[in-house]
Design a protein around this ligand. Structure first.
Ligand SMILES: [Zn+2]
Ligand SMILES: [Zn+2]
Length: 357
């Protein structure tokens, strides 16, 4: 039997584990094994597999060694086969159509801030998913717990992304971006000049989430009116227990109620300034809640269905957002990431100037 590519098999397993929201250490085992195997020459790999000494290498354990051995023997690793057997079913009807219409993702993190993988890994996973673009939106300076990027680091990242784009396949592009903190006074946590250079700006509230409604409303309105902001990220900041976590999540304090603000005013501001409301796909966020999403749909808002992925496999979480968006009647043509790169960038650039009064 012809041998398979053990690196591809290990990476596929890592992707499926991430998508299933499995513990990081399990994913890491497969990603580091893939890196170790990729760095090894073919002869040594074959010799070690035959002698059963793969697990002596740093980064490879018994489980990953077995996968590599099976792969080299031309068999689909048992571990991979089991994961594929438990994969979710296809999206149905309207949700499926919406998912098919999506051309990219406008909210994703790399290991430059609090993501788990390098930008290139994220980009390659996006290519495999058939995306035309991935907007890289690492955190801004004040979010130190998430290793937010200072202006200097963001400038370095922009250079790095430009180089990566030269090497990536035709028909795919990493778009530059940021998930910028909406500060307590509604200002955005990054230099104006930099915000102006980025392709897409997602603005999110990450602090003082319990502010009383008038204060929170004012803060959000100021951010939405800022010409640099394109997409309002996870608008209520709520955390829900991820599927399967149930009561355990609540007890462990991983949940958080939605923040309170004047929804009508926020929606009116998004309409006035042509900004999009994010449908955040993370199973532990699912933000905004359905009743708010429905109000925004009826008001005629723009949306962006984004994964907020912190690992490559999480880029496939678009399905969760599509299910909710379809349930609430979000029309595909009002979802900015169903648009072509040209349309998307035309839209974000049009906020660059403060419109004439
Ligand atoms: Zn966020
Ligand atoms: Zn994020």
């Amino acid at each position: 039997m012809a041998s398979r590519d053990p690196v591809a098999d290990l990476r596929r397993i890592a992707f499926l584990l991430e998508r299933a929201n499995e513990a990081t250490y399990r994913v890491k085992a497969f990603r580091s094994a893939a890196a170790t195997v990729a760095a090894l020459d073919g002869q040594e790999l074959a010799t070690r597999a035959a002698a059963g000494t793969l697990a002596e290498l740093a980064g490879i354990g018994d489980v990953t060694a077995r996968c590599v051995t099976e792969s080299l023997a031309g068999e689909e690793p048992v571990y991979l086969r089991r994961l594929l057997a438990t994969e979710g079913t296809d999206l149905e009807g309207a949700a499926g159509k919406l998912r098919e219409a999506l051309r990219g993702d406008c909210h994703a993190h790399s290991d430059w801030s609090d993501g788990g993988s390098p930008i290139e890994e994220m980009a390659l996973a996006a290519v495999e998913l058939g995306h035309e673009y991935l907007v890289l939106t690492d955190h801004s300076p004040r979010l130190t717990v998430a290793n937010g990027l200072t202006p200097a680091r963001l400038r370095r990242q922009l250079d790095h992304v430009a180089r990566l784009n030269d090497a990536l396949p035709e028909g795919f592009r990493i778009l530059t971006g940021i998930e910028v903190d909406i500060l307590e006074d509604g200002a955005l946590d990054q230099e104006d000049e930099l915000l102006g250079r980025l392709d897409v700006v997602v603005g999110s509230v990450h602090s003082k989430l319990r502010d009383e409604s008038p204060r929170m409303t004012k803060r959000m309105l100021a951010a939405i009116a800022n010409p640099h902001l394109d997409i309002l990220g996870h608008m209520t900041g709520r955390k829900v227990a991820a599927a399967g976590e149930g009561d355990k999540g609540h007890r462990a304090g991983r949940t958080r109620p939605p923040s309170t603000f004047d929804l009508d005013k926020v929606i009116a501001a998004c309409l006035e300034h042509g900004k999009a409301i994010e449908v955040n796909c993370r199973p532990d966020r699912l933000d905004p809640p359905k009743r708010m999403l429905t109000v925004a749909v009826e008001a005629g808002c723009l949306f962006s269905i984004d994964t907020d992925a912190h690992a490559p496999g999480q880029l496939d979480w678009l399905r969760f957002g599509c299910e909710r968006a379809a349930l609430c009647g979000v029309p595909a043509e009002r979802v900015v990431n169903t648009w072509t790169i040209g349309q998307l960038l035309g839209w974000t650039a049009s906020h660059g100037e403060i419109p004439d009064a």
